[in-house]
Design a protein around this ligand. Sequence first.
Ligand SMILES: NC(=O)N[C@@H](O)C(=O)O
Length: 244
Amino acid sequence: MEISALTRSVVKSNHALICPDGHVNSVIPGWTNCKTNVLINEQMGAGLCQALITMEAEGVVSGKTAVSQLFFYVIEGICTVNDTLLSAGQFVYFPPGENYEIKGASAGTKLLSFHKVYEPLEGYPTPKLFFGDSAKIPGPAFLGDPALRLQVLLPEDLSFDMAVNIFTYDPGGHLPFVETHVMEHGLLYLQGQGVYMLNHEWYPVKKGDAIWMAPYCQQWFTAMGKEPAVYIYYKNVNRFPSPI
Ligand SMILES: NC(=O)N[C@@H](O)C(=O)O
């Protein structure tokens, strides 16, 4: 019998672990016949918003991006995005000021979204609408370790101020050192399990869990179990560390 008073979820000043047992849905204007869980948000101290959307067959996720850019990744199922058919592992990037409409989903289609206020960079155009397929993006060894493979989903040019990557760890694979960096992360586990060290606290994690890491939140991860651990994560990139 599950003890309803217990959860693995934690929300701390510089990190959070959000587990499915604590999900409560929000109503988002223009997002109808779907369940939306806002996993990470400015309200917890983050510089990004991350949501999990489960669509019903007649679900519609539509609107217009204003100051923020919006990235959608199809976790499972199919849907059409601005009339382009997307299935699991495929994604779309909407720059600020763009209309978006997601519909025609198979019931239960799951989408992950990352939202970030776009920081223009002098001399660089605002990025354009962009569709992609993670199955077509190579995952070279991370820092020479073949047990870790990193796929970079968005172009690495300076017009982009956010990155979305997929990190795959074979069982036993681990980050080569404890990272302490200015960039922030929001992530979601797509597969597997492991242990994440955040700010010197240790958390067993698994598929479906989301994690927020504030700037300088010390981080290290190792995968455990019988299958590779896979997470998709957001990172702010390519901008001056502080206003100049
Ligand atoms: N935590 C984690 O995966 N971090 C790094 O790989 C990164 O900063 O890209």
